[in-house]
Unconditional design. Structure first.
Length: 287
């Protein structure tokens, strides 16, 4: 029987407790895998996901600084590719899914809810844009997004940007061992409604780390996901908040771009978080 302070079985020469020690007892790990398909991460895996998350957050920060009037989203995409290369990272969106996503980041403007594809349209005063970066470093994934307002924007746009930010940060705040997944969506939808906004239910947050999208789904709307958070769970929260109706329509031509059905603005912010013994850590917060 290997004990916590023995060298890890993987040959890393680190102590087992600092390496492949399961963050919760084996039975919790296999229970979560069997019941929900959730892969609880070891301390070593969390350290790697922290790295990829920090790279994603750093690149996102640079892109948000570059997102100013006149720059095209294709230029932001090119900058994202350069920054990934410099960081020895791979942009996860490129070639992902069916049909393969054609660019390295998602850029979702105004009425676009998510999965917007960079193109040659320059950013204009009054635009709001979501930039979504997912970086793979040494096989591990970190996923985050933010909004940028270009010049003076309408009150309606300011409202969705602020409400979606509050929805993300307030829901992260309640994440700790014992909190149920359903509490995230309950908090978000009730907050959004109180502020005159709707919550998209056709897209959800997700487990992340070893793959781009892992179980569980993290709904941002009212739901009954009766799964308790436990240490070692790594997932995103990424509420998409609309000024008008919640319905999304996917572009039939590119099969990616999701727009609001009524053409009113939408906003989204995203972090990757890990549940710890005492609460949570925001892995994509720049430290
Ligand atoms: N980054 C998005 C998310 O938060 C997923 C984008 S899929 C892509 O889950 F193919 F469009 F990149
Ligand atoms: Co995500
Ligand atoms: Co994302």
């Amino acid at each position: 029987m290997i004990s916590r302070n023995d060298p890890c079985w993987c040959g890393s020469q680190k102590k087992w407790k600092k390496c492949h020690f399961p963050i919760k007892s084996e039975d919790r790990s296999s229970e979560y895998k069997k019941k929900y398909g959730i892969i609880l991460k070891t301390q070593e895996q969390i350290a790697k996901i922290r790295e990829s998350s920090q790279v994603a957050a750093f690149i996102l920060d640079k892109l948000c600084q570059a997102a100013q009037e006149g720059i095209t989203t294709n230029e932001l995409d090119r900058l994202a590719r350069e920054l990934h290369k410099k960081s020895k990272a791979i942009p996860a969106p490129l070639g992902y899914g069916h049909p393969p996503f054609p660019k390295s980041i998602c850029t979702s403007l105004n009425e676009v809810i998510c999965h917007g594809i960079p193109d040659d349209r320059p950013l204009q005063k009054g635009d709001i844009i979501n930039i979504d970066v997912t970086s793979i470093v040494d096989g591990y994934y970190g996923d985050c997004s933010r909004m940028v307002m270009i010049g003076e924007v309408s009150e309606e746009k300011k409202r969705v940007v602020e409400v979606s930010y509050q929805c993300l940060m307030r829901s992260i705040e309640i994440c700790c061992p014992g909190t149920k997944i359903l509490e995230i969506g309950n908090l978000i939808e009730s907050y959004a409604h109180q502020h005159g906004c709707s919550v998209v239910n056709q897209f959800v947050g997700h487990g992340v780390g070893l793959f781009f999208h892992e179980p569980p789904q993290i709904p941002h709307h009212y739901n009954h996901m009766n799964i308790e958070m436990i240490p070692g769970m790594v997932f995103t929260i990424e509420p998409m908040i609309n000024a008008g109706m919640r319905e999304a329509v996917i572009d039939p031509h590119d099969q990616w771009t999701a727009r609001t059905k009524d053409g009113l603005p939408s906003a989204q912010w995203e972090h990757t978080i890990v549940i710890t013994e005492n609460g949570h850590e925001i892995l994509t917060q720049i430290v």
